[in-house]
Design a protein around this ligand. Structure first.
Ligand SMILES: NC(=O)c1ccc[n+]([C@@H]2O[C@H](COP(=O)([O-])OP(=O)(O)OC[C@H]3O[C@@H](n4cnc5c(N)ncnc54)[C@H](OP(=O)(O)O)[C@@H]3O)[C@@H](O)[C@H]2O)c1
Length: 370
């Protein structure tokens, strides 16, 4: 995000060892023991490596700590689902740093209540599963003529019973991926206008449960599995960031996908107590140091990807615990790491083409900008 964040590197020194899970504070370059960070692209046509920068941050780092003294005055952000859980904390921290944050909500009363008293936060209406609602919101936003510096595609549903969207798509795919695909396509001119924008797509470690099935995205030919459907939608979120970044970088738009960690929010609202217990024990078994985050920690990686100058010139990568994530084997049981299929550029392109087809949305610019 270039000169707008000049000096941030100097301010953004990682925190003390105690606030930092015992990791000695360093910057990415020093951590690697060389003078030029190997992941720092000088040439935007280069691909960012899916390789940790050793930021010195960790799972306990909060969004407040990440943003530090960085100011976002004059910046405009959209945070979907920015009135509950991780999204609410993301909204709060971005707005406190001076950004104007637009929060499109499907439940206006709930959002009004949650956002009461926050300066520079604009409440809007939008249901991601309803294409007309997405078009109506984005038309209102574009009519304001404002650039869009930060788009946080945060809203989501998880492991819900089978349902189809108004357009006939399985509802997790429709909400988590297709709604955000359409939203991003519609606000594309505003992102380009920002002359240095970032898009953050919330994915999940849940992507490990399965890839995108382009032959049967709506479970027409296989039994519905609510976890496979969540995994499909979250793999789609990561693949979207990969393909968007490839297109966006020449326009100054960079995209990242973010696994926020296991965060105490309303996301599991459709699970029974028994299912919740089983999920917790799976996580605990697979990682000794399993940490249940609260929203201040859960929003940290989103805020880092949206604002940190350490990531200038990078994009398309999956991030977690305030760093770039690292690849793991497809069958890894670790509740972290990046499975091979979400780094598959060919699959990302095929998903992009299908998503254009399914939504009818295209990433085009008005003639004068194109
Ligand atoms: N919490 C975790 O442990 C965890 C782990 C990995 C990934 N994530 C990802 O993090 C993101 C945020 O999740 P969270 O944990 O903060 O969940 P949350 O507390 O349930 O918040 C989700 C938000 O999405 C909104 N939303 C759902 N369907 C929508 C629709 N059709 N149109 C517009 N908004 C819609 C919800 O609105 P309402 O409140 O009005 O329903 C809510 O504001 C999700 O993408 C999730 O997949 C979370």
């Amino acid at each position: 995000m270039g000169g707008d964040y000049a000096g941030e590197m100097a301010r953004e020194r990682p925190l003390t060892a105690t606030a930092h899970d015992g990791v000695v504070p360093t910057d990415a370059a020093a951590a690697r023991g060389d003078s030029s960070p190997p992941n720092k692209e000088r040439n935007p046509s280069m691909t960012t490596k899916q390789l940790a920068l050793r930021t010195g941050y960790g799972p306990k780092t909060t969004a407040e700590e990440v943003i530090g003294a960085t100011r976002l005055d004059g910046k405009v952000a959209i945070v979907t689902g920015g009135y509950v859980g991780i999204g609410l904390e993301t909204t709060r921290v971005l707005a406190r740093a001076g950004a104007t944050v637009v929060v499109p909500a499907r439940n206006a009363a709930k959002a009004k209540n949650a956002l009461a008293g926050m300066d520079r936060v604009e409440l809007e209406s939008m249901d991601l599963s309803d294409p007309e609602s997405v078009d109506a919101f984005t038309a209102r936003f574009l009519a304001s003529g404002r650039p869009l510096h930060l788009l946080i595609n945060n809203a989501g549903v998880m492991a819900i019973p089978f349902e189809k969207s108004v357009r006939g798509f399985e509802l997790q795919l429709a909400t988590n991926h297709l709604g955000h695909f359409q939203l991003t396509a519609r606000v594309w001119p505003a992102l380009v206008k920002a002359n240095g924008a970032r898009v953050v797509a919330l994915t999940s470690w849940g992507h490990s449960m399965g890839s995108v099935d382009l032959a049967d995205p709506n479970f027409a030919r296989r039994p519905y599995d609510k976890w496979k459907a969540y995994a499909q939608s979250k793999s789609a979120n990561a693949l979207f960031a990969l393909a968007l970044d490839a297109r966006g970088k020449e326009h100054g738009v960079r995209a990242f996908s973010v696994h926020p960690g296991s965060v105490a929010t309303e996301l599991a609202r459709s699970l029974s107590e028994g299912e919740l217990q089983a999920l917790r024990s799976t996580l605990q078994r697979s990682q000794e140091s399993f940490l249940r985050k609260m929203p201040p920690e859960g929003a940290a990686t989103s805020v880092w990807c949206a604002t940190s100058s350490v990531l200038d010139g990078m994009g398309g990568v999956y991030c977690e615990d305030v760093d770039i994530g690292e690849p793991v084997a497809a069958d890894s049981k670790e509740p972290r790491g990046v499975r091979p299929w979400i780094m598959d550029r060919d699959l990302a392109e095929r998903l992009w083409t299908e998503s254009e087809e399914w939504t009818g949305a295209r990433f085009t610019l008005p003639a004068r900008q194109g």
